[in-house]
Design a protein. Structure first.
Length: 146
């Protein structure tokens, strides 16, 4: 007796139909996004820019500022390109950040590493992430905000 090993055409068609239905459901819902992960990515990018501004101020021996515009959801370092934050993030800036033109707030770093200080809060619903800049040392830290 000889036994054939393998799948029948009907079995293969059933598997392909199931895969097609699953793929159709995934595409119909769009890309999977997490607002929390989106806020963490934005906080990381802003913290990286603040740290780069501090390093640039120390290296060039001059003041370097980071401008944050909560109304337009953008931020930029002196002489650098503007980077966008997600439109659905709630952006608020706590003192002592310096006022700039209009709603823009500035966090300025000095050549000695110090800063004007301030805290930027990025929120998505119930969760908020705080990016804090210490005035004395210019240290930038990211943490969950209450």
């Amino acid at each position: 007796m000889r036994r054939d090993h393998g799948f029948t055409l009907i079995e293969i068609l059933v598997v392909l139909a199931i895969l097609g239905v699953v793929l159709g459901l995934m595409i119909g819902h769009g890309p999977m996004r997490s607002r929390g992960l989106q806020a963490r990515a934005a906080a990381g990018a802003l913290a990286q820019t603040l740290r780069a501004a501090r390093a640039s101020a120390i290296a060039t021996d001059r003041d370097v500022a980071v401008a944050i515009d909560p109304a337009r959801h953008v931020f930029a370092m002196d002489g650098g390109p503007a980077r966008a934050l997600a439109a659905d993030l709630v952006v608020s800036i706590l003192p002592p950040a310096l006022p700039g033109p209009g709603p823009v707030r500035l966090i300025r770093f000095g050549p000695d590493g110090s800063a004007t200080g301030g805290t930027v809060l990025l929120g998505t619903g119930a969760s908020r992430i705080g990016i804090s800049v210490e005035w004395l040392t210019g240290r930038v830290s990211v943490s969950d905000a209450p």
